[in-house]
Design a protein around this ligand. Structure first.
Ligand code: ADE
Length: 226
């Protein structure tokens, strides 16, 4: 998979992709990520990428021209499955959406800033709009990193134990069951006996029961498909 991320603040994305699972995924050539500085596509003499809103009002609006220039440049090199705009009013990111996107080959992710992008970007250049939650971030960069992480970890070979992505919360419509590690007793707090029993089918049964119990308690809406 290849992901192109378009942003006017590329340094914000230095961290998330340069460590741990996302770095290893790139090192193993399972994914490549290119971060593009929108200012490189501005024809303005000061390389500006925003302007005042027509009709007035507070806040700047990202202009269409550099975004169009950048997307056109990218489209000349690859065929994209989606051009995604990160926005708080987009489709809510869920595990099933991440699963779907992880099957794609090439994605563009556009990060918004200020008051957002000129609406014509959304009308003509973007094919999907995704939100990572009902709150407003200062820009789309952190949201793009969250989206990328949720997708990349699902690509076969990225996680060393592939089954571990399948047992994540939400994959089977349930949150994950509790996990424990050594020591078996800490300050008198004990690990459930069944996990120490070595009885695989009892462990599986216990995990399923706990996942159901925990989902009912913490996220009852998941049973209703919320
Ligand atoms: N940009 C600002 N807030 C956002 C959010 N919640 N999700 C995606 N992009 C955003």
């Amino acid at each position: 998979m290849h992901i192109d991320i378009i942003t006017c603040l590329p340094r914000l994305l230095d961290g998330p992709f340069s460590d741990s699972i996302l770095k290893r995924a790139q090192d193993k050539n399972l994914v490549s990520i290119t971060v593009h500085d929108l200012r490189d596509y501005s024809t303005h003499k000061h390389k500006s990428v925003d302007d005042y809103a027509f009709g007035g009002g507070a806040g700047m609006v990202m202009t269409i021209e550099p975004i169009d220039n950048c997307i056109s440049h990218l489209k000349a090199t690859r065929q994209y499955d989606e051009v995604i705009y990160m926005s708080p009013d987009g489709t809510l990111l869920t595990q099933s959406l991440a699963n779907k996107l992880s099957l794609y080959q090439n994605l563009i992710i556009l990060c918004g800033h200020y008051k957002g992008v000129d609406e014509r970007v959304r009308e003509h250049l973007v094919t999907a709009e995704i939100s990572i939650g009902d709150y407003v971030l200062s820009g789309g960069e952190l949201a793009a990193a969250v989206l990328s992480d949720s997708i990349i970890r699902l690509i076969p070979g990225v996680l060393s134990d592939e089954s571990s992505a399948m047992t994540d919360s939400f994959q089977d419509g349930l949150v994950a069951p509790p996990v424990y590690t050594r020591p078996a007793i800490y300050k008198g707090w004990k690990v459930p006996d069944v996990l120490l029993s070595g009885h695989e089918s009892n462990v599986e049964k216990w995990r399923h029961e706990k996942a159901v119990e925990r989902t009912k308690k913490k996220r009852p809406g998941l049973f209703k498909g919320d």
